[in-house]
Design a protein around this ligand. Structure first.
Ligand SMILES: Nc1ncnc2c1ncn2[C@@H]1O[C@H](COP(=O)(O)OP(=O)(O)OP(=O)(O)O)[C@@H](O)[C@H]1O
Ligand SMILES: [Mg+2]
Length: 584
């Protein structure tokens, strides 16, 4: 369904959006045609009035012509408003539809895609590229149609007034669209540089504000200011360059009118002296020369919008055509978790040739808890990402209740295994909204309180000005690293999934609090399984089994004593941390 819709979009984006909103598009076009027709008529009426005045016809006749002129101008205002409003509906709809399409698509892609595409590039796709696509299929199409319709209306009128004047005065006009296209190309190139300079400027400003503590600690204010001043001056230069090429636009446009007007004066003088042509016709003709400049400019502008929009659409298409490396094709639902088995799992990242996991095998049964330890970079997080299908599994098998994880629906898999990631990421919402993040609605106050008690955070939240309704993030309160971690654990716990996975989530929590959390987790998680990655032995006091990873390989697995007997890595950890966890 989605792919056939995309195929239609890729085949002809313009036609796709016209078909999505035919009423607004065709009414817009109809009113544009009416506007242009009225616009074409009014100089004729004005010319007639002038001739009536010079011929000294009765006042009544002049008044009639004036009334017609008034009605034409009033209708013109109405039709102009109507086409803008209908046409606007059509292209703003297209813009938002496409933006939502891209956004929905990129959220369906795996972390590998986000690793390859920087945030800035994706933001630019969702803003600049979508905007220039809208400009092509909206204003671009419109001004092209406007230009062509106007030429079709104005040219016959001019020819009917005087054929020889027409070709002589318009001879230089066809140069205008080409010159406009050249100027627009120059403007785009320079505008792009201006935008790049502006992103640099905001980047430096943002990083300086965000990293102000680091900057002050290293006494780098002076250097940062110099850096900011440098990018700010570069932006100023880029703005001036845009203004310079922008200034070319009007003279190029006026070149057509000026040349036409001068030629008209020359070619019309004899006809005027001889009285073969009235002053009214001369006036009307001069207005038509002026009016022809816009359609010529419109052709140049319209084509240039098209060029820019096409380039943007190519970038958008490339992202929309990117397929997820983790397709959700499974059909099996896990109703009751029984076992998890890793069978000879190996993994290397796409960008690398080195295996970060090598032949990893282990089993976890319902109700058991597993602790994973290993040096920095041993592959612990990678292992968890493979299990929760954030990375694609390529070698080996991961089985849940005997089913391959690829055959299980992603929703069911993630409702069975909930990963609390290593980086504590919270949203700029209230504390209770953050805790209820994974639920359909907001959890009850009782449950939220219970969860925060479990992670030993209740007392601290109660002391905040708005307690659970306190906003987090830029415009709200700032939590400490440990508080954030505990909040993310509460956000995971509330889901009550059969297996809760904590990836180093207890690292920024002090030992006393860690003990309290551990005790509570052991209590509240009875019947549930846990996988806990930790660097501190104290975090793994209550686990049933340990898995020691080293350079992506399983060095040892089993109970505390079994592992201690065979794993040099674990022996070293015990030796350095100088304590033996009392196994409870
Ligand atoms: N996207 C990636 N592309 C290439 N290599 C990566 C990528 N992500 C991680 N790695 C590498 O994979 C290896 C394992 O990383 P992983 O994050 O699994 O380690 P870890 O055991 O969780 O370490 P830590 O204890 O620091 O959290 C590291 O050498 C890391 O540099
Ligand atoms: Mg890690």
């Amino acid at each position: 369904m989605q792919s056939s819709d995309n195929a239609r979009l890729f085949k002809s984006p313009l036609w796709y959006y016209i078909r999505n909103n035919p009423r607004a598009f065709s009414l817009g076009m109809l009113f544009l045609l009416l506007t242009n027709s009225l616009d074409g008529i009014y100089p004729l009426v004005m010319g007639k009035a002038l001739d009536q005045i010079t011929a000294q016809v009765p006042m009544n006749d002049i008044a009639k012509t004036c009334l017609i002129f008034f009605i034409v101008m009033l209708s013109l205002a109405g039709t102009r408003m109507a086409w803008r409003s209908f046409f606007g509906k059509y292209h703003t709809y297209a813009q938002e539809h496409l933006r939502q399409k891209i956004f929905n698509h990129i959220t369906s892609l795996g972390p590998n895609f986000f690793h390859k595409n920087q945030v800035g590039e994706l933001m630019s796709l969702l803003t600049n590229d979508v905007q220039s696509f809208r400009q092509a299929i909206g204003p671009g199409v419109l001004i092209l149609a406007d230009g062509l319709i106007l030429i079709a209306i104005l040219l016959p009128i001019m020819i009917s007034l005087n054929f020889s004047w027409t070709w002589k005065t318009l001879i230089f006009l066809p140069a205008v669209p080409f010159l406009i296209m050249k100027v627009m190309k120059l403007i785009h190139v320079n505008y792009k540089t201006q935008q790049d300079r502006f992103s640099e400027l905001t980047g430096v400003a943002q990083e300086t504000v965000g990293g102000i503590r680091v900057i002050k600690s290293f006494a780098q204010e002076g250097n940062r200011t110099a850096l900011f001043n440098g990018v700010s001056s570069a932006f100023e230069k880029a703005c001036n360059k845009v203004a310079k090429v922008d200034a070319l636009f009007m003279p190029v446009m006026e070149f057509g009118v000026t040349s036409g007007s001068v030629i008209l004066l020359f070619v019309a003088k004899d006809d005027l002296y001889s009285g073969a042509v009235t002053i009214g016709t001369f006036f009307a003709f001069h207005r038509y020369i002026q009016k022809m400049v816009w359609p010529m400019t419109a052709l140049g502008l319209g084509f240039s919008y098209f060029q820019k929009g096409t380039a943007s659409f190519e970038r958008i298409k490339e992202v929309l055509q990117t397929e997820t490396d983790i397709p959700d094709n499974g059909t099996i639902e896990i109703t009751k978790f029984e076992t998890l088995e890793f069978k000879n799992v190996s993994y290397k990242h796409k960008s690398s040739t080195v295996y970060v996991l090598k032949d990893v095998s282990f089993t976890l049964r319902a109700g058991e808890s597993l602790g994973i330890m290993g040096p920095v970079g041993a592959g612990k997080t990678t292992l968890l990402h493979l299990l929760t299908r954030l990375y694609p599994l390529e070698e080996g098998q991961i089985l849940v209740n005997g089913h391959r994880i690829e055959d299980i629906t992603q929703e069911s898999l993630r409702k069975t295994f909930l990963l609390v990631p290593q980086e504590a990421f919270l949203f700029s919402e209230s504390i209770s909204e953050n805790i209820s993040f994974g639920l359909e609605g907001r959890a009850s106050a009782d449950i939220i309180e219970k969860m925060t008690e479990t992670v030993d955070l209740n007392r601290e939240i109660q002391s905040l000005p708005h307690q659970f309704e306190s906003q987090l993030g830029e415009r709200g309160v700032n939590l400490s690293g440990g508080q954030k971690q505990r909040l993310t654990i509460a956000r995971g716990l509330i889901m009550r999934t059969p297996v809760l996975i904590l990836d180093d989530s207890l690292s920024a929590v002090d030992t006393r609090t860690e003990k309290a959390i551990e005790a509570e987790l052991a209590k509240s998680a009875s019947g549930f399984s846990r996988i806990i990655v930790a660097h501190r032995l104290s975090s793994l006091k209550t686990v049933d089994k340990l898995l020691i990873l080293r350079d992506g390989e399983v060095e040892a697995q089993g109970t505390y004593q079994q592992v201690l007997g065979v794993s040099p890595t674990f022996q070293k950890i015990v030796q350095i941390q100088g304590q033996e966890p009392t196994h409870e």
